[in-house]
Design a protein around this ligand. Structure first.
Ligand code: ZN
Ligand code: ZN
Length: 205
């Protein structure tokens, strides 16, 4: 792995770090100040390389530009979403957030080729996550070309049923960029291989 970008220090987002550390000792972790401090103290028994990055300050990993932006995920004071830019394509990953995003953020994340949105429940409202309706509303508001839901709870119907109604992501789903075009899902496999051979680096996020 070239690097891991961490949006916030909740267990479902960082709990895998110690397990992954067994596989790869050198981990380049990119995250915000506060999240970096929490990870350092939680995992003080490991030698982690934590590189802090500020909001709105683009940085690059294997040729992909990443920009963190602040989202609303109470009670955390600091939680990030991520914009990925590669070959004129733009992917927005909300991380965990409510629908209360600032106007500055809405402007920054506008017009993505793909929005990957937190949608924890089909209908119920939560103060720290979006539900499916709110994720659809955000997609419309920022004029996203494609939308994928992540972070769904078990309160959705089974995948085979819910995926007919909602743009659900799933474990192992691959997203690639080829010639500036974002490719999602099954059809991505061949593109990833072709692209990987050509560029010698895998463009999968
Ligand atoms: Zn969270
Ligand atoms: Zn979470």
């Amino acid at each position: 792995m070239d690097a891991i970008v961490i949006t916030h220090p909740h267990y479902d987002h960082i709990g895998g770090i110690p397990e992954f550390y067994r596989v790869q000792k050198k981990l380049d972790i990119r995250t915000t100040d506060l999240t970096g401090e929490i990870i350092s103290s939680m995992f003080s028994f490991m030698k982690l390389s934590i590189n802090k990055v500020g909001f709105f300050k683009p940085f690059e990993i294997f040729g992909v530009e990443f920009t963190l932006f602040p989202v609303d995920h109470p009670p955390l004071k600091e939680s990030a979403g991520v914009i990925l830019r590669y070959e004129d394509s733009k992917i927005v990953f909300t991380g965990d957030t409510s629908s209360k995003l600032s106007d500055e953020v809405i402007e920054l994340i506008h017009s993505p080729d793909l929005l990957i949105a937190d949608a924890i429940h089909p209908t119920l409202s939560f103060n720290k996550h979006m539900n499916a309706n709110e994720a659809f509303e955000l997609s419309k508001r920022i004029d996203a070309k494609e939308t994928l839901f992540i972070h769904m709870s078990h309160l959705y119907p089974p995948h085979s049923v819910a995926s007919k109604k909602y743009p659900l992501s799933y474990d192992g789903m691959r997203i690639a960029v080829e010639n500036g075009k974002v490719i999602i899902g099954e059809s991505v496999q061949k593109a990833v291989w072709d692209f990987g051979l050509e560029r010698k680096r895998d463009s999968t996020f």
